[in-house]
Design a protein around this ligand. Structure first.
Ligand SMILES: Cc1cc2nc3c(=O)[nH]c(=O)nc-3n(C[C@H](O)[C@H](O)[C@H](O)COP(=O)(O)O)c2cc1C
Length: 210
């Protein structure tokens, strides 16, 4: 099993990266797995530029992203992965810009404008998403469900875990942030977040063990 993990959070030690690391550790706990953990914010890359090269019927171009930049090696590895784990915090009711740019480059070459809209990736990896957010869990249910079902359609069978009402600051009194119930957030961070990481570990292990 070949595991590729893509972290779309800027910070390597906070909620999303920690939870995604748990998912990665879960996957890596399955015997005979190899894996890599990539931080998108370390890479120099752009989103899709709409060159449409990946739609050309020329076999050397079809279904491949023609852009050459820091994401190119990651996209090449993604084609060979058995399991892909992707993590993003919610920024302005969406995934982060870096995660979005990655998805454009990952998804678009895997689709066509043919009538059947059949995905073109030869391998159908399993995909596990990790999301973290400040809002209550049900807030982005439709958005997350839509994103995960699009991933299932284009890339391969997908599922997600999430942590909500996450702790954003160590000391809330230093920030303009009076809207938060700090005691509740801190309690959730101590009691619930470790359970969310356990759920992420279990997802990684399950996907790699399938
Ligand atoms: C620029 C920015 C925008 C955000 N927008 C939202 C939002 O729309 N909804 C939400 O629930 N949380 C939002 N958050 C909070 C983060 O999603 C949340 O704190 C998350 O757990 C942060 O992940 P991290 O700890 O890995 O950085 C935002 C945070 C930032 C920095």
């Amino acid at each position: 099993m070949n595991i590729l993990t893509i972290c779309g959070a800027a910070n390597k030690t906070r909620n999303t990266a920690s939870m995604l690391r748990s998912a990665f550790n879960g996957a890596m706990s399955v015997p005979d797995t190899t894996g890599e953990f990539v931080y998108l914010y370390d890479l120099d890359f752009k989103g899709c530029v709409g060159c449409h090269s990946c739609k050309l019927l020329d076999e050397s171009k079809f279904s491949r992203c023609a852009l050459r930049d820091g994401l190119t090696p990651v996209l090449e590895k993604a084609v060979d992965a058995d399991v892909i784990l992707i993590g993003s915090p919610i920024y302005f009711s969406d995934i982060t810009g870096e995660t979005r740019s990655f998805l454009e480059r990952f998804f678009f070459p895997a689709t066509t404008y043919n009538k059947d809209r059949a995905p073109t990736y030869p391998k159908r990896p399993k995909v596990g998403w990790v999301f973290t957010m400040n809002a209550p869990g049900e807030f982005y249910k439709d958005f997350l469900g839509g994103l995960v079902s699009m991933t299932s359609r284009i890339i391969g069978e997908s599922e997600y875990v999430m942590a909500y009402q996450t702790q954003q600051f160590q000391d809330y009194s230093k920030y303009a942030a009076t809207m938060f119930d700090v005691d509740m957030v801190k309690k959730r961070h101590i009691e619930q977040f470790p359970k969310d990481c356990e759920a992420a570990f279990a997802m990684g292990k399950r996907l790699a063990g399938k």
